[in-house]
Ligand binder design. Structure first.
Ligand code: SF4
Ligand code: SF4
Length: 666
C-alpha cells in the first residue's frame, strides 16, 4: 500500500494540489498558445480573398492521402518513413496525453474504456518505439548524411524539437513502466512488452510511487511546453499543414489565379504582391506551413544550377517579413509595410524561376511557390515596370506583333508551304479538330518541323483539321508568366472570341504551354474546349490503326516537359509513341519528377545567369546512352538542342511527332 493511499485526508489534499497545479500549467500553456494562435489567425484574416472553399470531396481526399497517408513525403521513402513514424505516432499517442492529464490529478483513474484496453497499450508501446526510431533516423540524416536540402534551414531549432519529441515519448514510457510496477495498469502488463520490461527495473515502494509522479508530470510539462512553444517555432506546421493542404488548389496545377481588373473600387484592385498586405490569406498560411525540409530546394532547377533562387528560402523570407510587419499592420491599418522585393526576396530570385512546378509537386504541405513568384512579378511588371531588359523586348513583341518572336502575323502559316493545310476562314464550318500551332512552331525554324510532322501525320490518318493561320495569336502565356497579366487577359479574350465565333469544340496543341493555357486557363475567360496534346492524338491514331509506323531499334530517351507531365499529367501518351518506333530508355528524373529544359516562366526570352539548365538536362539525357532525345514541346526542342550542342554531345533532339512521321510506313 502506498503512503498516499494510507491516509484519505492526505490523499484528498494531494489531489487538490495536483488539480490546482494542473490548472496553472494548463492555463499558462493555453494562454501562451492561444495568444500566438490569435495573432496568427488575425494575420491570416488580413489576407486578400481567394476562392478555396469549393470542391469539398477533393479536399477530403487530399487530407486522407496527403496528410494521413503522407503521400508527398513518401516520394522519398527513407525520410518519408521517418516522418510518418513520428506523425502517425503523434496521432496514436494523442489519447495518452488525456490519460496523463487525468492521472496527474488521480493516479487511479484513466480514460474510460480505452485506458483498460490491452490492444491500445500494445499500440502505445509500438509507436513509442517507432517515434524514437523516427527521431534517431532524423538525427542520422541531419548529422551524418547532412543533405544539401537543409542548407539555410533553422537546424538548431529542428534538433531541439527532435530532442523534445524524444523526451515526450521517453517520459511516457517511463511513466507507463512505473504504473505497471505499482500495479496501476488496468490492462494485462504483458500487452505492453516494452513498458513491462522497463518496469522490472523499478521496485514497488515509495521511490517508485514518487517516480510515477515525477514521470507523469515530466511528461505533461514536456507536452504542454511543446504546445506553448509550437506556434512560436518552425514546427508551427504541425498546426497549419493540414489546414494548408485542405485549402490547397484542387484545379489543374498549371493554372494561375486570374487577377480581377473589373473591380469597381480601384483601391481594392490587386496587382500581385507588393507588400505583405497584398498577399492572399492562402499565401499567408503557406508561409506559416513551411517545415524548412528543403525538398523544394532539392528539385529546383534554378537552385541546382547555382542561381540565387531557393524556393525554400523564398517562402521563409516571406514568412519572416509577415511576422516582422504583420503585428504593426494589425495594430494600424495605415501602417506602410515595406516592399517584399528586395526586402524579403531578392530581385534575381524573382526572375530565376522557370515556373516548372517541381517545388509545388515536392512540397508535403501544399505550398504554392509559383503563385507567390508570379504575384511578385505581377507587381514589378505592371506597377513598377521593373524587370529584366530582355523581358521588355519580348513583352513589346507580344503586344505589337501578337507573338513573342516579333514576326508579322501574315507569316504565321508559312510553315504549311507545300502541305495543303486548311486555314479556317471566318464563316466557314469548323473542322473536327482545330490544330493550335503556337508561336514557336509557327516562327522558329527548328520547332516548325514539329508542326509540319504533326500536320503530315494527321493528313496520313485522315483527320479533319484546320489551323487559324493569322487569326491565331499568342495565347498570352509568356506575358502572363512574366507577370503581365493585363496583356495575357486581352489575348485570352481575343483568342476565345475567335474560337467561339468559329464554333471550335476540339483543339490539338503541339506546345504544352499553349495546351496548358487553352485547357486550364481559358475556361476562366469563357473558352471551354476539349484540348488534347498532339502526343495524345497520335497515340489515339496509333491505337485505332490509322497510323502504322515501322518499329526500329534506335535507343530513344524521352524528356518530359514540365507543362505536359507535371502540370498536366500527360505521361503515357508520348511514351506509347516512343515505344512504337524505338527502344525507350528513361532518364534518372522523369515523369512528374522531370527536370526542366530551362524555358518555362518566360525564360525562353530571358538571359540565364551562370550554368545553363538546358545543359544539365542534356547531360542527363546523354548519360542514358541513347542516340535520340525525344521531346514533345517546341521550347524543349530549342533549349535541349542548344544544350546538346553546348555539351558537344552526339544526341539528336527531335519531337515525338517528327520521329513518328519518319517511321511511318509509306
Ligand atoms: S517553379 Fe521550378 S524554378 Fe521555380 S522555384 Fe519552383 S522548382 Fe524552382
Ligand atoms: S516549401 Fe514545402 S518543400 Fe519547401 S521547405 Fe517548405 S515545406 Fe519543405
Amino acid at each position: 500500500m502506498s503512503g498516499f493511499s494510507r491516509t484519505p485526508g492526505l490523499r484528498a489534499v494531494s489531489t487538490a494540489v495536483s488539480a490546482l497545479a494542473l490548472l496553472v500549467v494548463l492555463g499558462t500553456a493555453g494562454l501562451l498558445f492561444g495568444r500566438r494562435a490569435l495573432l496568427l489567425t488575425n494575420l491570416v484574416r488580413l489576407g486578400k480573398p481567394v476562392q478555396r472553399f469549393d470542391d469539398v470531396p477533393q479536399r477530403v481526399r487530399n487530407e486522407a492521402v496527403v496528410v494521413l497517408g503522407q503521400k508527398k513525403l513518401f516520394q522519398r521513402l527513407g525520410p518519408g518513413l521517418i516522418h510518418a513514424f513520428i506523425f502517425w505516432g503523434f496521432l496514436v499517442l494523442f489519447p495518452t496525453i488525456v490519460m496523463a492529464l487525468i492521472a496527474a490529478v488521480s493516479k487511479d483513474h484513466s480514460i474510460p474504456w480505452l485506458g483498460s484496453q490491452g490492444w491500445f497499450a500494445f499500440l502505445v508501446d509500438l509507436f513509442c518505439v517507432l517515434v524514437l526510431a523516427g527521431v534517431a533516423g532524423a538525427f542520422w540524416i541531419r548529422k551524418v548524411q547532412k543533405p544539401e536540402r537543409f542548407k539555410g534551414s533553422h537546424k538548431g531549432e529542428a534538433d531541439l524539437i527532435l530532442l523534445w519529441i524524444a523526451g515526450i515519448v521517453l517520459s511516457l514510457l517511463l511513466w507507463h513502466a512505473s504504473r505497471i510496477a505499482l500495479g496501476l495498469n488496468e490492462y494485462p502488463a504483458g500487452r505492453s512488452p516494452l513498458a513491462n520490461g522497463i518496469s522490472n527495473a523499478y521496485g514497488t515502494g515509495t521511490t517508485t510511487e514518487a517516480l510515477e509522479r515525477v514521470f507523469v508530470w515530466a511528461h505533461l510539462l514536456l507536452v504542454l511546453g511543446f504546445l506553448a512553444y509550437l506556434p512560436h517555432s518552425k514546427h508551427l506546421h504541425i498546426m497549419t499543414a493540414a489546414v494548408n493542404v485542405w485549402f490547397g488548389r484542387t484545379r489543374a496545377p498549371g493554372r494561375l489565379e486570374p487577377l480581377d481588373f473589373t473591380v469597381e473600387d480601384e483601391s481594392q484592385m490587386r496587382f500581385g504582391s507588393h507588400t505583405i498586405a497584398d498577399m492572399t490569406w492562402k499565401q499567408m498560411v503557406d508561409t506559416m506551413s513551411c517545415t524548412e525540409c528543403g525538398r523544394c530546394q532539392d528539385v529546383c532547377p534554378a537552385y541546382a544550377t547555382g542561381k540565387e533562387l531557393s524556393p525554400k528560402l523564398l517562402i521563409m523570407g516571406l514568412r519572416d517579413q509577415l511576422f516582422a510587419e504583420g503585428p504593426s499592420l494589425l495594430g494600424d491599418p495605415a501602417f506602410k509595410a515595406s516592399p517584399l522585393v528586395p526586402n524579403a526576396v531578392g530581385d534575381d530570385v524573382v526572375w530565376d524561376c522557370v515556373t516548372c512546378g517541381a517545388c509545388v509537386q515536392e512540397c508535403p504541405v501544399a505550398i504554392e511557390h509559383v503563385d507567390h513568384i508570379v504575384d511578385l512579378r505581377r507587381h514589378l511588371v505592371m506597377v513598377e515596370g521593373r524587370f529584366p531588359a530582355e523581358g521588355e523586348t519580348m513583352l513589346r513583341d507580344v503586344e505589337r506583333s501578337q507573338n513573342p518572336w516579333g514576326k508579322p502575323q501574315a507569316e504565321r502559316a508559312d510553315w504549311t508551304e507545300g502541305l495543303d493545310v486548311r486555314v479556317l476562314q471566318p464563316g466557314e464550318p469548323p473542322p473536327e479538330v482545330l490544330y493550335w500551332v503556337g508561336c514557336a512552331a509557327s516562327f522558329d525554324e527548328r520547332a516548325r518541323v514539329t508542326a509540319q510532322s504533326t500536320a503530315k501525320l494527321m493528313q496520313a490518318a485522315g483527320v479533319d483539321f484546320a489551323i487559324l493561320g493569322p487569326r491565331e495569336c499568342c495565347t498570352g502565356d509568356p506575358a502572363r508568366r512574366m507577370g503581365n497579366e493585363y496583356t495575357y487577359q486581352s489575348y485570352a479574350e481575343q483568342n476565345v472570341a475567335t474560337m467561339n465565333e468559329a464554333g471550335v469544340t476540339k483543339i490539338v496543341a503541339s506546345c504544352p504551354h499553349c495546351f496548358n493555357t487553352l485547357a486550364n486557363e481559358y475556361p476562366d475567360f469563357g473558352g471551354r474546349y476539349e484540348v488534347v496534346h498532339h502526343t495524345e492524338l497520335l497515340t489515339e491514331l496509333l491505337e485505332e490503326g490509322r497510323l502504322s509506323p515501322v518499329a526500329g531499334s534506335e535507343e530513344i530517351t524521352y524528356h518530359d516537359s514540365c507543362y505536359l507531365a507535371r502540370h498536366n499529367d500527360v505521361l503515357a501518351a508520348p511514351r506509347e509513341v516512343v515505344s512504337r518506333i524505338g527502344e525507350p530508355l528513361e532518364m534518372a528524373r522523369s515523369g512528374k519528377r522531370t527536370f526542366c529544359c530551362g524555358a518555362g516562366g518566360a525564360h525562353m526570352w530571358l538571359e540565364e545567369r551562370g550554368n545553363q539548365i538546358s545543359e544539365e538536362r542534356a547531360r542527363e539525357a546523354a548519360d542514358t546512352g541513347a542516340s535520340t532525345l525525344a521531346v514533345a514541346c517546341p521550347f524543349c526542342t530549342i533549349m535541349l538542342d542548344d544544350g546538346v550542342r553546348q555539351n558537344g554531345s552526339e544526341l539528336r533532339v527531335a519531337d515525338v511527332a517528327t520521329l513518328l512521321a519518319e517511321a511511318l510506313q509509306p
